[in-house]
Write a protein that binds this ligand. Structure first.
Ligand code: B16
Ligand code: MG
Length: 211
């Protein structure tokens, strides 16, 4: 492994909470009579909660006050956290756990770089609280992906430069953020074919065969 550190996105890379995000946004959009489907949901990957809400409201026939928007975001988050409560260590794939352990054994520093404010709760549910050397998440940034702030913060906390780190992402917004910050990126899932990524992973375990 030529990288000294790896910064992992959380939702869609370490675990799959993306379906829970979709179902919670879908419930809110249905209640408000706003068209929303899985294709539009892909636009929300890696994007902050309030920015996600704004994307959904682009299809609304009326405008809403900041106070109403804050209430909508809270409503969605409560539904989403209800789903997260059902998660357990069984939601961490064996392949992911084994790959993380192998990377650690190689001496690679491991970080989380997530837009989510629920990242600490998710890590706790899947048994990874305290596992990563560094957790940079939605609670410690002002600008979410595609801005590179969360990855730059994670690299700084690892005391590494962007050139020494690899970012692993499943969202186009995240691949864009990695490129903007000067990081090499390994893309998977929805972002697999993103041309801005240096590596294109079919599986998480393929990380072990990178350079
Ligand atoms: P929250 P990631 C992102 O996490 C999700 O991909 C995105 O869909 C979500 O809107 C965002 O977190 C904010 O999440 O509402 O929990 O703060 O992919 O950057 O780990
Ligand atoms: Mg993601």
């Amino acid at each position: 492994m030529k990288y000294k550190g790896i910064i992992f996105d959380l939702d869609g890379v370490i675990c799959s909470t993306d379906e829970y995000h979709y179902l919670a946004w879908k419930a809110l959009a249905d209640r408000l009579g706003i068209p929303f489907d899985r294709e539009r949901n892909n636009l929300l990957r890696g994007v902050s909660r309030m920015d996600s809400l704004e994307i959904i409201l682009e299809k609304a026939e009326q405008s809403y006050t900041p106070k109403e928007k804050a209430a909508f975001a809270q409503e969605k988050n409560e539904l989403y956290r209800e789903s997260l409560r059902q998660m357990s260590t069984a939601d961490l794939a064996e392949e992911v756990r084994a790959t993380l352990d192998a990377l650690r054994a190689e001496g690679v520093a491991l970080a989380i770089g997530s837009s989510s404010r629920n990242a600490p709760f998710i890590l706790e549910r899947i048994g990874l609280s305290g596992f990563f050397d560094v957790v940079a998440d939605g609670n410690c940034i002002a600008q979410s992906k595609p801005h590179p702030e969360v990855f730059l913060k994670a690299a700084a906390m690892l005391a590494l430069s962007p050139a020494e780190c690899l970012v692993v992402e499943d969202a186009h917004a995240g691949v864009e953020a990695a490129a903007a910050g000067g990081f090499d990126c390994a893309a998977m899932g929805d972002a697999h074919d993103d041309a801005r990524a240096r590596w294109h992973l079919h599986s998480f375990a393929e990380l072990l065969s990178i350079g």
